[in-house]
Ligand binder design. Structure first.
Ligand code: CP3
Length: 353
C-alpha cells in the first residue's frame, strides 16, 4: 500500500497551486476554477483526436490520455483532471463493458447473482490499471497546474454493475440493497477496496488531489445512505486522507445528504447546482472547503447568462477561503467553448482580492 506521503503541496512541481491552497482553506489571491468533464466532446481538439478511436482506446494509451488531459488548459483553468473514466476498474475486476454510441456505458453481464459478486476480482491497480498510472506520471513531469485523479464511489459503480448501464430509478440496485443486504455488503466491500487502492495508487503516481464521484447517490434517502453506503465511503476516505492530499467528495442531487456525505469524509465537499452554495457551506461547516456549483446548462445560453450565473456562485461563496469554483455537475457536450472561457476569465477577474 506504500507508506504515508508528504502533503501534495510539498512534493508538487505545480507552478500554480491556487487550487491546492483553496482545498486547504488557505487564503488565495483569487478563486481557483476548473470544470468537471473539462476535457471532452465540447472541445474541437478532443473530437479530432477521438476520430477513429474509442474512448477506451484513448484511456488505454497514456500519451493520448495525457494529451486530452492538457487540452482544456488553454482555457485558463487552475487544475487538470486526469482523462479516464470511473468505469475503468470494472473490466479488470471481471465486468467487461463498452461505451455504445448514444447509449452510454453497457455492462456485458450485469450482476444478478451472489456468484457473480464473489467472482469479482479485487485488483492491484498498479498492475491492472498500469496505463492510468503511466498517464499520471507522464503528466506530472511538466504539468503547470495540479493534477486531479479520481474514482467512482462504490454506490455509483454498483449501480452500473447491477443495472447494466444508466438507470432512471436504480430499481435493480435498490432491490439488491434492500432485499439482499449481505450480498450488497459483499459487493460494496469489494468495490470500496478497489476504489481505495485505485485512489492510493494515483496519489503514489503523483496525483496532487483526488475526487470521489458518487454521482448517483442523490437517489437515496439520508437513512438509506447512512445504512447502505456511508460506511463504505468512510472507509475509503479515512484511508485516502491519510496521504495528506486533498480529497473532493462529490455527488449530484445531494441536497438532503450533505451532512451525511461530510460525515463520510472529504477535505472538500462538491455541491450540485440545485443547492444554494451558501446554504450548503453552512450545513457542511466552516472546517471544510466546498467546490461548485454553477448549473452546467447556464453555459449553454449566452456568454452574459453564463457570467451572471458564475457571479452568483462567487457571491454565495463571499470570498471566504476554501471555495473552489466549478460546475454543479459535468460540462455538457453541446457547450460552446467560448462560454467556458468567458466564465474562467470572469472568475479570475471578479474574484481577485
Ligand atoms: O474531463 C474530465 O472530467 C475527465 C474525464 C472523465 C470522463 N468520465 C471521461 C468521459 C471523468 C471524470 C468521468 C467520470 C464519469 N464517468 C462519471 C462521473 C461524473 C459524472 O458525470 O457524474 C460517470 C457517471 C461516468 C460514466 C460515463 N462515462 C458515462 C455515463 C458516459 C457516457 C455518457 C456520455 O457523456 O456519453 C461516459 C463516457 C465518457 N467518459 C465520455 C468522456 C469524455 C464521453 C465522451 C466520448 O465518448 O468520447
Amino acid at each position: 500500500m506504500g507508506g504515508e506521503r508528504a502533503p501534495a503541496l510539498l512534493r508538487s512541481n505545480a507552478v500554480n497551486d491556487l487550487f491546492l491552497r483553496a482545498c486547504r482553506r488557505e487564503p488565495v489571491e483569487r478563486t481557483p476554477v476548473w470544470f468537471m468533464r473539462q476535457a471532452g466532446r465540447y472541445m474541437p481538439e478532443y473530437r479530432k483526436l477521438r476520430e477513429g478511436r474509442t474512448l477506451l482506446e484513448i484511456c488505454a494509451a497514456p500519451e493520448l490520455a495525457a494529451e486530452v488531459t492538457r487540452q482544456p488548459l488553454r482555457l485558463g483553468v487552475d487544475a487538470a483532471i486526469l482523462f479516464a473514466d470511473i468505469l475503468l476498474p470494472l473490466a479488470p475486476m471481471g465486468a467487461s463493458f463498452e461505451f455504445a454510441k448514444g447509449e452510454g456505458p453497457v455492462i456485458h453481464e450485469p450482476i444478478a447473482s451472489r456468484g457473480q459478486i464473489d467472482r469479482l476480482r479485487v485488483i492491484d491497480p498498479d498492475e491492472s490499471l498500469a496505463h492510468v498510472m503511466a498517464a499520471v506520471r507522464m503528466l506530472k513531469r511538466d504539468l503547470p497546474v495540479p493534477l486531479i485523479g479520481f474514482a467512482g464511489a462504490p454506490f455509483t459503480l454498483a449501480s452500473y454493475l447491477v443495472e447494466g448501464g444508466k438507470s432512471a430509478n436504480f430499481a435493480k440496485t435498490k432491490k439488491l440493497m434492500f432485499g439482499a443486504p449481505d450480498d450488497w455488503r459483499a459487493l460494496m466491500e469489494k468495490l470500496a477496496e478497489v476504489v481505495r487502492r485505485y485512489l492510493r495508487a494515483q496519489i503514489a503516481a503523483g496525483a496532487d488531489a483526488v475526487q470521489l464521484f458518487d454521482s448517483w447517490v442523490g437517489d437515496l434517502s439520508p437513512a438509506d445512505y447512512v445504512e447502505y453506503v456511508q460506511p463504505h465511503v468512510r472507509g475509503i476516505l479515512s484511508d485516502v486522507q491519510k496521504t495528506g492530499v486533498p480529497v473532493i467528495h462529490f455527488g449530484v442531487g445531494t441536497a438532503t445528504l450533505l451532512e451525511a456525505m461530510r460525515d463520510a469524509g472529504g477535505t472538500v465537499i462538491g455541491v450540485d447546482f440545485c443547492t444554494p452554495l451558501g446554504e450548503a457551506w453552512r450545513r457542511v461547516g466552516a472546517d471544510r472547503a466546498v467546490q461548485g456549483n454553477m448549473d452546467p446548462c447556464a453555459l449553454l445560453a449566452t456568454r452574459e447568462v453564463a457570467v451572471k450565473h458564475a457571479q452568483r456562485v462567487l457571491d454565495a461563496a463571499g470570498g471566504r477561503p476554501g471555495h473552489v469554483f466549478n460546475l454543479g455537475h459535468g460540462i455538457l457536450p453541446e457547450t460552446p467553448v467560448d462560454h467556458v472561457r468567458a466564465v474562467v476569465e470572469h472568475v479570475r477577474e471578479a474574484s481577485a482580492r
